[in-house]
Design a protein around this ligand. Structure first.
Ligand code: GRF
Length: 207
């Protein structure tokens, strides 16, 4: 079976990374998670990747913070990612702003997951903002990455009702559960659609 490469960018715990790895393995999908790149050398997601024999890379934060950092970050990412010729680049809790030059190099190939129902609440602290504004519902959004933060075309959303006793901590847990279900399905669906795979079409061609 021909497999299609994807690369995953993380900065932290890696629970979405784990959900994607498990889904790809459980459903024997034609996807090869070629590399995991972290902006943080302490990210637990690096351990998860290594446990699954996935190549790992750590971005050099010292170099990125120097003058010309966006150019540096773009070339550092391209140097790692280009050889894999990925069909998709997946941001899974990646906490750096991607350089425009890098985004332009991979049009419609970079996906992000965001813990709110965009266009509401781009940026950080989404769960607290939902509580402060008495929102009746909350959720997560998967979207294409463009130069504008959390504002690219939306691919999929999943919602939950906000309960009167929810806190930012309970909302975080509930939204992450949604993320772990939705992100792997969207990735599988896009890979199968874009590459015109015949197997499992009906099952995954959802988005
Ligand atoms: C997720 O909740 C995602 O929405 C946000 O960052 C978090 C990453 O969590 N962008 P994890 O590292 O996948 O556990």
């Amino acid at each position: 079976m021909q497999k299609f490469n994807i690369v995953i960018l993380i900065s932290g715990y890696g629970s979405n990374l784990k959900a994607i790895i498990d889904y790809v393995n459980n459903f024997n999908l034609p996807i090869n998670i070629s590399a995991v790149i972290s902006s943080n050398n302490q990210a637990y997601g690096l351990t998860i990747a290594q446990q699954h024999n996935i190549a790992t890379y750590i971005l050099d934060s010292q170099r990125d913070s120097r003058h010309g950092s966006q150019d540096n970050l773009s070339s550092a990412l391209l140097n790692i990612i280009h050889p894999y010729n990925p069909k998709l680049i997946i941001l899974a809790g990646f906490m750096k702003i991607l350089p425009e030059q890098f985004i332009n190099y991979y049009p419609n190939k970079i996906l992000n997951i965001h813990p709110s129902l965009l266009p509401k609440y781009p940026g950080l602290n989404t769960h607290q903002q939902v509580i402060d504004n008495n929102e009746p519902e909350h959720g997560c959004t998967i979207h294409y990455v463009t130069k504008d933060l959390d504002a690219g075309p939306i691919i999929a959303q999943q919602k939950i009702a906000v309960c009167h006793d929810d806190t930012k901590e309970t909302l975080k847990l509930k939204v992450q559960k949604l993320e772990h279900e939705l992100y792997p399905k969207v990735i599988a669906s896009l890979i199968i659609k874009v590459n015109n795979c015949s197997s499992n079409r009906e099952k995954y061609e959802l988005y």
